[in-house]
Design a protein around this ligand. Structure first.
Ligand code: UDP
Ligand code: MG
Length: 136
């Protein structure tokens, strides 16, 4: 039974700034993810605020939106069986300090805010996030 699904991945400014985008893309590919679409962009703070609206009441919301819009990012549609969960596993815990060995955040994350990658947290949110960046 195939359960191929899509998820949205973002390589965040801290990683793009260190030229890690190709290396991180290779990690996705070698873990069986197909990159269906990708683009390197820089977003406005207002767009980051819309993207992270679910966090608008959190104390870190303003800094988070300033950060995501602070430099180029790479947004990608990834496809694989159970890709939402598979991507969350490959990314590791939100705080790189807590991320398991072998995860992207363990390897590249600098801090809880500069944690190198974003990944959708549910199939429903994956659809919303993919539309946010790729529906024209
Ligand atoms: N974040 C932060 N401080 C916190 C919690 C989260 O700066 O105390 C940032 C972090 O970059 C994280 C993003 O907000 O990736 C979204 O938080 P979420 O809880 O959704 O974590 P994720 O789904 O990215 O693991
Ligand atoms: Mg999240």
């Amino acid at each position: 039974m195939s359960n191929r699904e899509q998820t949205l991945s973002i390589i965040k400014p801290d990683a793009v700034e260190r030229n890690l985008d190709n290396e991180i893309k290779e990690i996705f590919k070698s873990n069986g993810f197909k990159i269906i679409n990708e683009k390197k962009i820089k977003i406005e703070k207002s767009e980051a605020e819309q993207f992270y609206k679910v966090h608008e009441t959190k104390p870190f919301y303003n800094d988070l939106c300033a950060y995501l819009s602070s430099g180029p990012i790479v947004v990608m549609i990834l496809e694989k069986e159970n890709s939402v969960i598979a991507n969350r596993e490959l990314m590791g815990a939100t705080n790189p300090k807590d991320a398991a060995e072998g995860t992207i955040r363990k390897k590249y994350g600098i801090s809880i805010d500069k944690n190198s990658v974003h990944g959708s947290d549910s199939i429903e949110n994956a659809k919303i996030e993919i539309d946010f960046f790729f529906k024209d």
